[in-house]
Design a protein around this ligand. Structure first.
Ligand code: PMP
Length: 325
């Protein structure tokens, strides 16, 4: 049996628990999450015209510090998503970072946590479009453990196709596009898999429902390019960086479906899933069906780094409670 999680992965409630007892930033104020509500007539709710981010913060017990991971990179992508949807969140990069730190401080967050900024078309109108509507922006957080097990995943190649960039921009975290991810994840889970791998319109491997994918082929670490209808993952970039530092050769290239069945190793990477090795796909073992050496070393380095235990990667982290960088 695969382990359910590695010792250094995130600890805390499962992501399916209802969120309560936390604060939110909404319309310029910090309020209990329960008070950050919208009307059922909101455009973003009716038409999926919103965008969001998913950011993790890791608690370091020895240092009594909470480290937000890649805060600026997430907010840069958030601003790009807003731009694609013609949403004005009304805040610049520095302000977004400052509001997030302030919110986590006010909540006195001292556990591993997940942070969710969201912006959307807030007008109450029955009109498809993006322009001339009111926009709204908020942030909430929650204590959260692993999103998926980090000790060996069983995945299905989904019969659902990944949204293509000419349907809904793949590189933006648009709320509406998560219908596609939800259909794929739900279909896979109904059959007993942990999650789904989606192929693009051209039949090549794109990514998982909420994570980017890496394969090890002939000793080289391979991942699809940003033009394969993927979300341009921040963790994907971090993993490419760690791999190069560890002397692992990498290829960013188109990946065929059948490469999944002959790869030595496969792993998912993302803010939520962190670094999660895949041990079977479509009920076929990946490699020998156990966690391979490349996934193991990338995972170990990543978990040390996100908690501030790798001096080389300290620049990834923003301390929340003290010593602002
Ligand atoms: N793809 C999708 C569809 C996602 O939702 C996520 C999670 N944000 C990722 C990839 C991984 O991106 P990141 O590493 O930036 O979290």
């Amino acid at each position: 049996m695969p382990e359910t999680g590695t010792r250094s992965s995130a600890s805390g409630p499962s992501p399916i628990e209802e969120i309560s007892g936390v604060l939110a930033y909404f319309e310029g104020r910090v309020v209990p999450l329960e008070e950050a509500t919208v009307s059922i007539a909101t455009h973003g709710l009716n038409y999926g015209t919103g965008c969001f981010e998913g950011i993790r913060a890791y608690w370091n017990e020895e240092e009594q510090e909470l480290y937000a991971l890649q805060l600026e990179a997430h907010y840069r992508r958030f601003l790009d998503s807003c731009r694609l949807l013609r949403i004005d969140p009304g805040k610049g990069l520095d302000e977004l970072v400052a509001i997030t730190r302030d919110l986590l401080r006010r909540g006195d967050v001292r556990t591993d946590a997940y942070i969710r900024p969201i912006a959307f078309k807030a007008s109450q109108v029955i009109k498809v479009g993006l322009s001339h509507f009111r926009d709204a922006f908020g942030i909430y957080y929650l204590p959260m453990g692993d999103y998926l097990p980090t000790g060996g995943l069983s995945l299905q190649v989904s019969p659902w196709q990944r949204i293509s960039d000419n349907a809904i921009p793949s590189r933006s975290k648009t709320t509406g596009s998560y219908v596609n991810a939800s259909l794929a994840a739900d279909g896979a889970q109904a059959l007993g898999y942990h999650d789904a791998i989606l192929l693009g319109a051209d039949g090549h491997v794109s990514e998982a429902s909420g994570a980017n994918i890496f394969l090890v082929r002939k000793g080289r670490l391979v991942t699809p390019p940003v033009t394969a209808d993927i979300l341009e993952g921040i963790t994907r970039d971090l993993i490419l960086g760690i791999a190069s530092d560890l002397g692992i050769e990498t290829d960013v290239r188109i990946v065929d479906r059948t490469e999944l069945y002959v790869a030595e190793e496969v792993l998912l990477v993302g803010t939520g899933v962190q670094v999660a090795p895949v041990t079977s796909i479509d009920r076929r073992p990946v490699g020998d069906g156990t966690i391979g050496p490349v996934a193991r070393s990338l995972q170990e380095t990543y978990f040390r780094a996100v908690r501030g235990r790798e001096p080389k990667y300290r620049s990834w982290l923003t301390p929340v409670h003290g010593r602002a960088t």
